[in-house]
Design a protein. Structure first.
Length: 77
């Protein structure tokens, strides 16, 4: 879950596991896999950074594991 701000300044928390797309139109629009749209104050880069930080906190080491599997340096078990 990441904290974001709507254009009117109100804060909300978004389940980033449900994010399908993040676009700059020029405002940042987040679309979920359910088709809901959220227009936020944060830039696309800021939203992506918050999602990465979230996943690093919740799943420590996931990126290193992914790279190792991609390069064939880790076992699947």
């Amino acid at each position: 879950m990441i904290h974001l701000s709507r254009l009117d300044g109100s804060d909300f928390v978004l389940n980033c596991s449900l994010v399908e797309t993040i676009e700059a139109r020029p405002d940042t629009v987040i679309t979920t896999i359910e088709g809901k749209h959220f227009v936020v104050q944060q830039s696309v880069d800021e939203v992506v950074t918050r999602i990465i930080v979230y996943y690093r906190l919740v799943y420590p080491g996931w990126l290193q594991t992914w790279y190792a599997k991609r390069e064939g340096n880790a076992s699947d078990g």
